[in-house]
Design a protein around this ligand. Structure first.
Ligand code: HEM
Length: 333
């Protein structure tokens, strides 16, 4: 079949147009709260400082929460909604259950904001700003956060399972989930660098440590001893599913590029992490892994850019029928 060049041009134009629409939502601006809540960012920062100072793991919890919010209906605070008798939220979907924490931190920030400027700052914006501060407070880059999101009155249990990638999913399927959100392969590899902080549960890395960990790490002695300890934390059978291990055991509480170094030495904790470097299908991804391992500034710059893109996945419905929730866990009545 012959493909007409005009048709190709129209498709390319449409694709570009779509991605531009997505990449910069006109509802979002840097000075959205300038007159209505000038201290909004300072309040979020202060609460995040307390949270990260009391436990640096809190930075990882908030960063992941933001990712899980944005991949389901856009960044609309849907992940923050509690289940009620008449409402099913996203928290109890299998992928999120026992895996998402940090909701109490968002509650604390929101309470402070409600006493300073009631009904003004959306929970979706709180989470987006908090994710930036989380990154910054453990040594990562700063970026300006466009704000003006509205909170959803809906959530989707089903879309959690469809849209959120899984540790044992193939590389191409994960890439497809990012492309679906208008994020590129480069965005995917850079955003995966968030795994330079935080922990994973045994249920998510068991297949990897009893799978090809030994092969990818090429029997190097440090990796061997690390593997032994991972296996004792995460036995092949038995109820240890919630036992945790750091995804970057070298510097688990510091946002740096050591995650990419671990991938080069074949010691990524999740199958999905190691595949970025070791998969036969990962020609482009492995080049990016090498680049970010060699050049931490390039990683920080790309991470910042990709986080803005992630945050710009908005939910158009919220501009028609959204709200600023008073309590992030429940819709306003
Ligand atoms: C590329 C596809 C991704 C996959 C397959 C994936 C998968 C996972 C899994 C399985 C865990 C462990 C959860 C647990 O065991 O409870 C995890 C943790 C985490 N993920 Fe991802 N993730 C991906 C991308 C991202 C992105 C884009 C971000 C943020 C920008 C992110 C941030 C985090 C953080 C910070 C943690 C640690 C959370 C904690 O300490 O509790 N991940 N991820």
């Amino acid at each position: 079949m012959k493909i007409r060049p005009t048709l190709v041009l129209i498709c390319v134009h449409l694709l570009l147009h779509l991605s531009i629409l997505h990449a910069s939502d006109p509802h979002l601006t840097l000075d959205y709260y300038k007159s209505t809540c000038p201290n909004a960012e300072a309040i979020v920062r202060k609460e995040m400082e307390c949270a990260v100072l009391s436990d640096p793991r809190n930075a990882a919890l908030i960063l992941r929460l933001h990712f899980h919010d944005c991949f389901v209906q856009g960044c609309d605070g849907s992940v923050l909604l509690d289940d009620t008798v008449t409402f099913q939220g996203e928290k109890n979907a299998p992928t999120n259950l026992d895996a998402l924490k940090g909701f109490d931190i968002i509650d604390r920030i929101k309470n402070k904001l409600e006493s300073e400027c009631p009904g003004t700052v959306s929970c979706a914006d709180v989470l987006t700003i908090a994710a930036r501060d989380a990154t910054l407070l453990v040594g990562g880059p700063y970026w300006d956060v466009p704000v003006g999101r509205k909170d959803s009155k809906t959530a989707s249990f089903a879309l959690v399972e469809t849209n959120i990638p899984d540790a044992n999913e193939g590389l191409l399927s994960i890439i497809a989930k990012f492309i679906y959100q208008d994020l590129s392969v480069t965005d995917m590899v850079a955003l995966s660098g968030a795994h330079t902080i935080g922990m994973a549960r045994c249920t998510n890395y068991r297949a990897r440590v009893y799978g090809d960990y030994e092969i990818t790490s090429d029997n190097n002695p440090i990796a061997e001893s690390n593997l032994k300890s991972l296996k004792s934390t995460c036995p092949a059978t038995g109820g240890s599913d919630n036992n945790e291990a750091a995804m970057d055991y070298v510097s688990p509480n510091i946002f740096d590029n050591s995650y990419y170094h671990l991938l080069l030495s074949g010691e990524g904790l999740l199958n999905s992490d190691q595949e970025l470097y070791s998969s036969d299908l990962g020609i482009e991804t492995s080049k990016l892994v090498k680049k970010y391992a060699l050049d931490p500034i390039a990683f920080f710059e790309q991470f910042s850019e990709s986080m803005v893109k992630l945050g710009n996945i908005t939910n158009p419905e919220t501009y028609v029928d959204g709200e600023v929730r008073k309590n992030c866990r429940f819709m306003n009545t």
